[in-house]
Design a protein around this ligand. Structure first.
Ligand code: NAG
Length: 759
C-alpha cells in the first residue's frame, strides 16, 4: 500500500473515530484590514532594517526588547508604537569587507543580525548577533525600572560571540541564560558544520559537546533551550535542549531522516578529570515522537521540530512542554502540536540506553551493567556522595561518552498530537501558550504562528473526560499583510497581548476579540473562547473572580440552550425583502459569523404554511455566501429562513421574503431602444439588476430614490413600501399585507400580467 493510501485510510479512520478532521476550519477568520481597523492590531517596523527574530518580553520594565538587522529595540508593551527606543548596532566595516571577500552578499548577509537577547542582571541585557559572519555579543544597559529611559550599548565593550550566535543569518541559535551563564546550541564555525552545546560566560570554564562524534550531535538544528529544576536542591538542576538532527539510529539505505530530540545536561557539570575534559559528562538525548498512530504501526510522523514553548505550572519542576512539528515527507504536508510532560521526559532518561551491537551492527537496547553513578545523574546529595563530575569514576565517563542516546523515545501526552493541520497551504512556525482561568476550569490557549503570516488560536477542551482533549480552532488571524513567515512569538498574560515578529515587521494584537463572535448570547456561548463571556448584553472579556449578575460562560459544553435562555433577543430574527425577476437569478445571501456553522435553509410559501427544508439541485445552488436561485420562477416566491447549526445547536439567522416580478414587466419599465435592457440573458448586466441591488438592502429613505428613478423612466411609481417604518415588526408585516392583497385577487388574476404586478 502506498504511503498516500495509508495516510488517507488513516485520516478517514481518524474521522470515523471522532477525531478532529485533518484540515480544521477556523471558527472565525479575520483579515489584516479587519484586524487593523477594528481589533487593535498594531505594527512596528524600522526603515532600512528587517528580521525581527529575537524577542524578549519584560513585564517588570513593561518593555518588549527586540533584536533586528543592525538594531536593538526597546518598545512599550502596552503600545509598541509609543515611547520606543533603538540602538544602532552595525558590524564594523572591516568585518563586512571580510565577509564580502568570503563570497557573502554585502547587503543581505554581511550585516549584524541580532539573534540572541537575554535578561542578564537587574540592569543589563545580553545580546548577540551575527556581526557579518563574525559573531559578536554585548551587554546592553536597560535600567532597573519601567520609568528609567535607559537603553544603551557601549560598542567598545563587545565580546566574541563564537559558540553563542550563529555566523549565518539563515541559521538559528537557541540559548538560555541562567545565573550569568549562557547555555547555547549553535554552529561554531563559518561553514556551519561544527555544532555544539556550549556553556560560556560566567566564571566557570567553558564546556562543550564532544567534537566530530555523530552519536552526540549529527547536523543538529537547535530550536529551544530551557532550565528546569528537578528537586529543591539546585545541584539537581538540568538544562534541556530541543533540536532536530539527522537520525543516527536509522538503518542504512533508508536515506536521511530527521528526528526531533530532547537533550539534557546538568547545570553543575564541570566536565571529566582525565577524559571528557571540558566536555559534558551528563549529556543524554532522547527522541521526541509526535505521530498519529496508524493501523499496523503505520504511524504518520511529524519529525521536523519547529518550536517549543514551556508552559510554567504551579510546580516549577513540572512545566508542560508544547512543541510544534511539521512533516519532512514530500508526499504528506502537515503540522502538529504535541504536548509532553516532564515525568515522561525524565522516564525516558531513566530508561535503557541505546547501544550499537550484533551482526548487523544495529541500535538495540543496552542490556549490560550500567556503571554507578548512572550517567545523566547530576552529582548532588540527592543521589550519592559525588561532589563534582570530575570525581566520577572513569568507567562512568567512558560509558557516558559512548552512550549519549536513550533507547526509548518520549511519547506525547495522550499518545497523539493535540492539534494537527494537514492539507493546508501553510506550516506552523512558532507557538506561545497562555493558561487561562475560565468559569469552569483552566484552559490552555495556543497561539500558533505560520509561515504565511497568520496566527491560529486554538483551545483544547475535554471531550468526555479531562484525558480526552479536543482542540477547537477559534481564530485564524492575518497578522502580517505580506504573508511573511512568523519568526518569533511572545505573549503577555498580564497585558492580554500577543507579539509577533517576521522578516518585515513586529505586530501587537490583543489575545481576544469577544465582540467579533457576534451580538447574541448563543454566538458568544458557541464560540467557547475561555477569554470571553456573555454579560447579559454583549460578548465581552471574562474576568475571573468578579461578581456579576449576568455572566454566562461554559467552555466545556458551550450549550446555548442552558446558558442563553434569558437572552432578551432570543427569537428575534433580522428580516430582509428581496425581489427576483422571473427567469433571472436571485441570490439569497446569509453568512453565519462562525465558519464552522452549517447553514440550513427552510422555505414556506406563507407564514401559515409549514416550513420545509430547501432542496438543492441544478437550479437551486448552495454557494459559499448563500443560495443561488437560477432562472427564478413564480413558485419561488415566499419566505426563506436561514439557520446556522453548530455544536448541536440551531439558531435562525435571517428571514428573507422573496417576491417575484415577471421579466417583461421589469424590462418594460426600461426606456425603449436600449438593447441592454430587453433580455434577461444570464450574466448580462441589465438595469434592473442595479435596481435590485438597491432594494435588496434598503437603507432608510432609499426607497424614495428608487421611486424617483422609476418615475423618471416614465412609469407609474410603485406603491410606497414601508422600509422606512419601524424595524423588525414593521418589515415583517409588510409581505403579509402584500400577500393578502394578492390572494384577494384570486389565482387567475395572480397569473395575469397586470394584476400580478406588484406595482
Ligand atoms: C550587570 O552586569 C553588567 C555587565 O557585567 C555590570 O556592568 C553591572 O554592574 C551589573 N549590574 C548589577 C546590578 O549587578
Amino acid at each position: 500500500m502506498s504511503r498516500t493510501m495509508i495516510l488517507l485510510l488513516l485520516l478517514l479512520r481518524g474521522l470515523t473515530a471522532g477525531h478532529p478532521p485533518p484540515a480544521a476550519t477556523p471558527r472565525l477568520k479575520l483579515t489584516f484590514p479587519e484586524l487593523r481597523a477594528r481589533h487593535g492590531l498594531r505594527l512596528f517596523s524600522l526603515e532600512r532594517s528587517c528580521c525581527y527574530e529575537a524577542l524578549l518580553l519584560d513585564e517588570e520594565r513593561g518593555r518588549l526588547f527586540a533584536g533586528a538587522q543592525n538594531h536593538l529595540l526597546s518598545l512599550a508593551l502596552d503600545d509598541i508604537n509609543q515611547r520606543n527606543r533603538k540602538i544602532y548596532w552595525p558590524a564594523p566595516v572591516e568585518w563586512r569587507e571580510e565577509c564580502n571577500w568570503a563570497g557573502k552578499d554585502i547587503t543581505t548577509e554581511c550585516m549584524n543580525f541580532v539573534k540572541i537577547l537575554h535578561p542578564y542582571n537587574r540592569t543589563h541585557l545580553y545580546a548577540c548577533g551575527t556581526g557579518a559572519f563574525h559573531p559578536v555579543c554585548a551587554f546592553v544597559e536597560a535600567g532597573q525600572h519601567a520609568e528609567e529611559p535607559i537603553f544603551k550599548l557601549d560598542p567598545r565593550h563587545t565580546e566574541d560571540g563564537k559558540g553563542k550566535s550563529p555566523y549565518d543569518p539563515r541559521h538559528t541559535a537557541a540559548s538560555v541564560l541562567v545565573g550569568e551563564e549562557l547555555y547555547s546550541g549553535v554552529a561554531t564555525d563559518l561553514m556551519g558544520r561544527d555544532f555544539t552545546i556550549f556553556r560560556s560566560l560566567g566564571r566557570r570554564p567553558s564546556i562543550r559537546t564532544e567534537q566530530h562524534d555523530s552519536r552526540w550531535l549529527n547536523e543538529p538544528k537547535f530550536v529551544a533551550v530551557f532550565w528546569v529544576p528537578e528537586s529543591e536542591d539546585p545541584d539537581d538542576d538540568k538544562i534541556y535542549f530541543f533540536f532536530r538532527e539527522t537520525a543516527v539510529e536509522r538503518q542504512q539505505g533508508l536515506g536521511k531522516t530527521s528526528f526531533a530530540r530532547i537533550g539534557q545536561i546538568c547545570r553543575n557539570d564541570m566536565g571529566g578529570q582525565r577524559s571528557l575534559v571540558n566536555k559534558w559528562t551528563t549529556f543524554l538525548k532522547a527522541r521526541l515522537v509526535c505521530a498519529v498512530p496508524g493501523p499496523d504501526g503505520a504511524d504518520t510522523h511529524f519529525n521536523e521540530l519547529r518550536d517549543v514553548f514551556l508552559l510554567q505550572t504551579r510546580d516549577k519542576r513540572n512545566p508542560l512542554v508544547y512543541a510544534i512539528f511539521s512533516t519532512s515527507s514530500s508526499v504528506f504536508q502537515g503540522s502538529a502540536v504535541c504536548v509532553y510532560t516532564m515525568a515522561d521526559i525524565r522516564r525516558a532518561f531513566l530508561g535503557p540506553f541505546a547501544h550499537k551491537e550484533g551482526p548487523n551492527y544495529q541500535w538495540v537496547s543496552y542490556q549490560g551493567r550500567v556503571p554507578y553513578p548512572r550517567p545523566g545523574m547530576c552529582p548532588s546529595k540527592t543521589f550519592g556522595t559525588f561532589g563534582s563530575t570530575k570525581d566520577f569514576p572513569d568507567e562512568v565517563i567512558q560509558f557516558a561518552r559512548h552512550h549519549p542516546l536513550m533507547y526509548n523515545p518520549v511519547l506525547p501526552h495522550g499518545q497523539r498530537p493535540l492539534f494537527l493541520q494537514a492539507a493546508v497551504p501553510y506550516t506552523f512556525t512558532r507557538i506561545a501558550v497562555d493558561r487561562v482561568t475560565a468559569a469552569d476550569g483552566h484552559y490552555d490557549v495556543l497561539f500558533i504562528g505560520t509561515d504565511v503570516g497568520t496566527v491560529l488560536k486554538v483551545v483544547s477542551v475535554p471531550k468526555e473526560s479531562w484525558h480526552h482533549m479536543e482542540p477547537l480552532l477559534l481564530e485564524e488571524l492575518q497578522v502580517f499583510q505580506d504573508a511573511s513567515p512568523i519568526t518569533s512569538l511572545q505573549l503577555s498574560s498580564k497585558r492580554h497581548q500577543l507579539y509577533a515578529g517576521s522578516t518585515t515587521a513586529l505586530a501587537q494584537l490583543p489575545l481576544h476579540r469577544c465582540g467579533a463572535y457576534g451580538k447574541a448570547c448563543a454566538e458568544c456561548c458557541l464560540a467557547r473562547d475561555p477569554y470571553c463571556a456573555w454579560d447579559g448584553t454583549t460578548c465581552t472579556r471574562y474576568v475571573p473572580n468578579t461578581k456579576r449578575r449576568f455572566r454566562r460562560q461554559d467552555v466545556r459544553n458551550g450549550d446555548p440552550n442552558v446558558l442563553c435562555s434569558e437572552d432578551p433577543r432570543r427569537g428575534s430574527v433580522p428580516q430582509k425583502q428581496l425581489y427576483g425577476v422571473e427567469g433571472s437569478t436571485a441570490f439569497l445571501e446569509c453568512v453565519p459569523k462562525s465558519l464552522q456553522a452549517r447553514v440550513l435553509w427552510t422555505y414556506q410559501r406563507t407564514l401559515d404554511d409549514p416550513q420545509r427544508e430547501v432542496q438543492m439541485d441544478e437550479r437551486v445552488v448552495r454557494m459559499e455566501r448563500g443560495v443561488l436561485l437560477r432562472s427564478v420562477q413564480r413558485a419561488d416566491a415566499g419566505l426563506y429562513l436561514c439557520h446556522a447549526t453548530e455544536h448541536g445547536f440551531t439558531q435562525p439567522l435571517l428571514r428573507l421574503s422573496l417576491e417575484v416580478i415577471s421579466a417583461w414587466q421589469a424590462a418594460g419599465m426600461a426606456p425603449a431602444g436600449d438593447p441592454q435592457l430587453t433580455a434577461g440573458a444570464p450574466g448580462r448586466k441589465v438595469w434592473y439588476q442595479d435596481f435590485l441591488q438597491l432594494v435588496e438592502r434598503p437603507p432608510l429613505g432609499a426607497t424614495d430614490k428608487v421611486c424617483q428613478r422609476l418615475r423618471s423612466r416614465g412609469r407609474p411609481p410603485p406603491p410606497p413600501r414601508t422600509h422606512a417604518g419601524p424595524p423588525g415588526r414593521g418589515q415583517g408585516e409588510e409581505p403579509r399585507k402584500a400577500r393578502r392583497r394578492r390572494t384577494h385577487e384570486g389565482p387567475r388574476a395572480e397569473r395575469g400580467p397586470r394584476s400580478a404586478s406588484p406595482w
